[in-house]
Design a binder for this molecule. Structure first.
Ligand code: ADP
Ligand code: ZN
Length: 443
């Protein structure tokens, strides 16, 4: 029997939605924003917020009126834990996800069946955009469970009609066996895991170009540099597309690169995208880095208005040679809370990664450690060597020197460099841990 794509999802592969003009996008957004704000009055949290600010849903007459609405923060989600921000009674919700919550209450995200359907459509749209079709075999190496990368990609890939393999995280040998035995053509993985998988392939005599049918990688969930992407593409011999998502916005599917690979298309029929200065909270002009703020437009259980993601990025453009006019967003620099402040200098781990990846002698795994030595704060960058040449002391010293100099040019500080054998730094199953802060905190 022919595999058929579910009828209700066909419209999401319809070019009309993706290639709307800016005017059409904005008209649709206003209509959906008004409906969302109206719906938010079912949420005890938003109802109170609106009343406290003397706001009524009818005050939202234009898209610019969005700026009258106060921001929603992660703290608001924690304060209303577990269900206080929802706009739909619990009995209408069918799924709950939760993000890690390292400090204080975790955050809870609720979904109705309609939310889950829309989410699957969103993910399917992205996978379709990069050329995947029902004949493809999609393997998902995300952790399943509370982490949205698991079920999010599972349902999206199934919605598109692909044979979908819920391989889940870890167990690289099994992962590789599935890729070769099932003829996997598309793999979703965090970027740090792809490099690990490649190493295991190499150690086991598997050449991804010759021995697999892989043609597309979806990489995301953690910040990574353009240089890291290029490395991944060269290693695996396939295109790697950047995928952005966050639990509060549903999960994966919020933004994805098209075949042009010139930024992530953020889907403006689902979200209103703002970039604001994180201090003044005023909008920044296109091209300028600021904090990404998102408003959901299609969510039923838990719409969020002007949610401060803490991710730092910028608008690259509002059209694209691919024909889509949904805003193009630059790869994330990281979250504002990932920023390292060392001796008054602001540094993002991704800046360090970008430099390290330019040295072919270096492998992809690295770790930044911050310490206080005799009252001075210091940074040590440990990075794995692609091949061990410890016998060539002069070459090692020269390499260290060159890395130090290149890093100094980028981050304006001189870190200690430690070249370590491949495989000696820790690898995490989910998102990579890039920074360990052991500094003394002076009160
Ligand atoms: P948690 O908050 O527990 O990490 P999420 O999966 O909700 O769980 O994490 C979402 C965050 O992950 C985003 O806010 C962003 O910081 C990061 N992220 C997701 N996708 C990307 C990506 N493609 N590039 C960079 N960072 C990403
Ligand atoms: Zn495009």
């Amino acid at each position: 029997m022919e595999k058929t794509i579910p009828v209700d999802s066909c419209q999401y592969f319809n070019e009309a939605m993706e290639t709307m003009t800016r005017a059409e996008i904005e008209a649709l957004q206003l209509q959906r924003l008004q409906a969302t704000v109206e719906h938010c009055m079912q949420s005890p949290f938003y109802k109170k917020r609106f009343e406290e600010n003397g706001l009524k849903p009818s005050d939202i007459k234009t898209l610019d009126d969005l700026r009258k609405i106060p921001f929603t923060t992660k703290q608001d989600l924690r304060d209303t834990y577990p269900f206080g921000i929802a706009s739909t009674p619990l009995r209408n919700c069918v799924r709950l996800h939760s993000s890690s919550g390292t400090t204080g209450n975790p955050t809870v995200i609720l979904h109705t069946q309609k939310d889950l359907d829309e989410w699957a459509n969103q993910v399917a749209r992205n996978l379709w955009m990069v050329g995947l079709r029902p004949d493809d075999v999609f393997q998902n190496s995300s952790g399943y469970g509370m982490f949205t990368g698991g079920l999010g990609f599972q349902y999206g890939a199934e919605r598109l009609g692909m044979l979908t393999v819920p391989a889940a995280a870890g167990n690289s040998l099994r992962q590789i066996k599935f890729i070769t035995d099932f003829g996997t053509t598309a793999l979703h993985a965090v970027p740090s895991y792809v490099t690990r998988l490649y190493e295991v392939m190499k150690d086991n005599g598997v050449d991804p170009r010759k021995d697999t049918k892989l043609k597309v990688l979806a990489i995301g969930a953690e910040p990574h540099s353009e240089e890291q992407r290029k490395r991944i593409e060269d290693m695996m011999g396939v295109k790697a597309y950047n995928s952005f998502g966050m639990s509060e916005m549903c999960g994966p599917g919020v933004g994805f690169e098209c075949k042009e690979q010139n930024g992530l298309h953020f889907w403006e029929d689902y979200y209103i995208v703002e970039i604001v200065n994180p201090e003044t909270l005023e909008p920044v002009p296109d091209g300028e880095i600021g904090e990404l703020v998102l408003t959901t437009l299609c969510r039923e259980a838990m719409p969020l208005l002007r949610y401060r993601t803490r991710d730092l990025t910028r608008v690259l453009g509002r059209n694209c040679p691919c024909g889509r006019n949904h805003v193009r967003i630059d790869r994330m620099r990281g979250r504002s809370d990932d920023m390292i402040v060392l001796r008054g200098v602001n540094i993002f781990p991704i800046q360090i990664e970008k430099i390290l990846m330019q040295f072919p002698e270096l492998a992809s795994n690295y770790l930044i450690t911050l310490t206080t030595d005799e009252d001075n704060d210091n940074m040590t960058v440990e990075v794995e060597l692609e091949e061990l040449f410890t016998d060539d002391y002069h070459r090692l010293l020269e390499l260290e020197h060159n890395i130090r100099r290149a890093l100094k040019d980028e981050i304006l500080l001189t870190p200690h460099i430690k070249l370590v054998p491949k495989g000696s730094l820790p690898v995490s199953e989910g998102k990579a841990v890039r920074v360990v802060d052991k500094r003394k905190v002076y009160q």
